[in-house]
Design a protein around this ligand. Structure first.
Ligand code: GDP
Ligand code: MN
Length: 377
């Protein structure tokens, strides 16, 4: 689950990460009023689930309250990476001497949290990582012991050469690690962590992604979910009880079971195609889910063919076939369907689909090859 910057700031602050305190506005007037209370010189920041807000023009320094209201008016009308901006955060502006990066992620290769730091923080961190990876420093954490003081200090010396500032940065790294663990995060990031003109350290941006599997034990965090800020396709999928992740390819995939869905995506790639999505319709027999799945997949203009891959165990192939025919009747499908079903009630399903004018296969490789041929990447 993605959180907004203002939510992540509040959560990180509880663990001791130093942030300035601001307020959220949903209208330009509100933004101006907050700026007036904060003394006029503020930063107005788009609150959307996307990085690169600064580059997109969604982060602006204002001279006074009127300027802040004007920035808020413009930013509140923006769309950043397809997401409409509905809220802005207004925070006191800071004079920056230097920007660094500090983050914690899970490294799947070593199956441990990794703390990452760079003295080259700010809006170009992706380029820094791509072009000058030697400027990115990492330390792997043993979760039994946490981020040890000497590890934090060694990393902090990559950011600051003087002992006082390095100690302060090490403390912030330990606070951020504690937040990462305490909040059940898969990503906790401060970019930039700035050195101010007086030599102090201050976090100016916060990014937090909480692992969905950690939410059941953390109702307070689960309640922070802002569904209005999520991609429409993902909202619809959650409402319909489907696991769905939007990707950039051309082969829409509708599969039952997460493992088969992953294997299907691998096969699409193997045969030279690109999957347009991950979609698991789950293990139940519910034609409505198939209808919802087809609606979501066909709403993506990048989809050139749709591949069904159904292994009927608890899921009954005839139920899925019903759903397909029902959905195809209701939606005006203008892309070809390739259907592969096998397992429970397979014969009924194939007979029913053939009768309704669809072709159904039982061999996965054949089906995937055909879908890829119909939807070149
Ligand atoms: P992002 O682009 O989505 O990562 O948004 P950030 O919150 O990181 O803001 C982008 C950039 O705006 C930062 O890297 C800073 O360079 C700049 N910025 C943010 N807050 C301030 C501030 O208080 N003062 C100044 N001078 N620049 C700021
Ligand atoms: Mn940032």
């Amino acid at each position: 689950m993605n959180l907004h910057e203002f939510q992540a700031r509040d959560l990180f602050r509880r663990y001791g990460v130093p942030f300035t305190v601001g307020e959220v506005a949903t209208t330009p007037d509100e933004g101006g009023a907050i700026a007036a209370r904060l003394g006029g010189w503020v930063v107005v920041k788009a609150q959307v689930h996307s990085g690169g807000r600064g580059k997109a023009g969604g982060v602006k320094v204002a001279r006074d309250a009127a300027d802040a209201a004007a920035h808020a008016a413009r930013i509140l009308g923006m769309t950043i990476q397809g997401l409409p901006v509905r809220k802005v955060l207004v925070v006191p502006a800071v004079e920056i001497a230097a920007e660094s990066y500090l983050g914690v992620i899970v490294d799947r290769a070593v199956q441990r949290p990794v703390v990452i730091a760079s003295a080259a923080g700010g809006v170009d961190i992706e380029e820094v990582a791509a072009r000058t990876p030697q400027r990115i420093h990492r330390v792997t954490v043993d979760p039994r012991y946490g981020l040890l003081p000497h590890q934090a200090l060694a990393l902090a010396f990559r950011l600051h050469s003087d002992l006082t500032t390095a100690r302060a940065a090490a403390e912030i790294a330990q606070h951020l690690y504690a937040a990462f663990i305490g909040l059940g995060a898969s990503l906790a990031e401060i970019n930039p962590l700035v050195t101010t003109k007086d030599g102090g350290l201050l976090a100016l941006d916060a990014k937090l992604v909480v692992d969905d599997n950690e939410l059941p034990g953390r109702p307070e965090i689960a309640a922070l979910r802002d569904t209005s800020a999520e991609a429409p396709s993902e909202q619809r999928a959650r409402a319909a009880g489907l696991s769905f992740i939007q990707l950039q390819g051309t082969v829409g995939c509708c599969v039952n079971g997460a493992g088969l869905a992953m294997a299907t995506m691998d096969l699409v790639k193997f045969y030279g195609g690109e999957p347009a999505n991950f979609l698991d319709i789950g293990g139940s027999s519910n034609p409505q889910k198939v209808v919802a799945a087809l609606e979501i997949i066909t709403a993506d203009p990048g989809v050139r063919a749709i591949l069904f891959n159904i292994f009927g165990g608890i899921t009954r192939c005839d139920d899925v076939a019903n759903g397909i025919v029902e959905a195809a009747g209701r939606l005006s499908l203008n892309v070809p369907l390739v259907i592969r079903l096998t397992g429970t009630n397979e014969e009924d399903a194939v007979k029913f689909l053939t009768g309704a004018g669809f072709s159904a296969l039982t061999n996965t490789d054949q089906a995937v090859e055909r879908a890829v041929a119909l939807a070149p990447a």
